[in-house]
Write a protein that binds this ligand. Sequence first.
Ligand code: URA
Length: 433
Amino acid sequence: MRAVDIIRKKRDGGALDHREIGWMVGGIASGEVADYQWSALLMAILWRGMDDAETAALTDAMMHSGSVVDLSTMPGVKIDKHSTGGVGDKTSLILAPIAAALDVSVPMVSGRGLGHTGGTLDKLESIPGFRVDLDLKRYQQVLNECGLVLIGQTAEIAPADKRLYALRDATATVESIPLIAASIMSKKLAEGIDGLVLDVKTGNGAFMQQLEDSRRLARTMCAIGRGLGKRMRALITRMDQPLGRAVGNAVEVAESVACLRGEGPNDLVNLSVELAAEMVVMAERAGSLDEAGALCRRVIADGSALDRFRRVVAAQGGDPRTLDEPERLPQPRARRDVAAPRSGVVESLAARPIGQATMLLGAGRARIDSIIDPAVGVILHKKVGDPVDAGEPLCTVYFNDTAALEPAIAMINDAYRVGDGPVESPPLIVERC
Ligand code: URA
């Protein structure tokens, strides 16, 4: 086979077969296919698309470019959740211990922050000592001991995705639904799961801003998983305003712990419970979503979900005292309130500029090698629909870098729109598929 023939075929709108796709993916490791040839193919895929069979073949080849973990000898049904990314989206930290407390095994391989969105790994690493870089042997031990494990992509998991992701980032080819679907699913399927619940975000703070695109992404990922015999469910959820009240890293860990104590904000608790309930039903631990939802709320109320989180934090080297004494989490040197410019009602609170403001403060990466500041972030006191008096704090900014403060506050001011109302709050869950 020759890369140039395969590129030409896709360029001209043809469908590639699984041998051609497998050969191209194999060529990354063998060196038979140069980066410039993959870059050209990626651009052809972005323009021409891929059908379901091509997307499944690409996922399969990327998944098998590294180790596919075999958890079949471990007891229990292994279910994970994946979110396509948002602002203040910390549901993984809440639902994984909830599901584990209900005897669902949760092997979770998560990512870092991307653009204006936060990443589970960065949040977890704000817990002093917490290690996300476990090898696959320790990954299985922690899963066995705690019923859940929270790690990052290792060199062994889908290495072809790592290479292709870097090329996509550098060639403006990230925004292709088949490429996104294959990238996410190749990593998730390599974890050794039996089923996956997807939280596909839609709205201004999501990568997919249009509902129709979110729907296509959800359906593509479900088709890939089901084609490989996995249990799949996708929820499409709104990401127009941040989820919960905390945006950053340590502040999001503290808010997750508050949720596990039954003290979290309603939108975040409700979505975490909905997603966890889907996992519980998928693992056949409950017969209906209503029953599963009630079980999830019970393990929050009786403390067993928080206990699971405490166990996994200790097993992965983190300081479990941070869960009871949040002041042990990294703290900023200073805090500044942002005051409401007028009295009224918060009509909108755009998630994307809030994410960008926290990134500017140091909570996210401007470059691949940037160092995250775990202590900085924003606490939102007012969200959509809340009444506010002129001068009252809309939010509090946690900061260390004084130079970043004013530009971050300008972005936050742009994100808030305070008007006379009334305000409609559409439901967070748009649909399930
Ligand atoms: N997350 C991934 O892992 N891959 C993508 O392509 C986009 C988001």
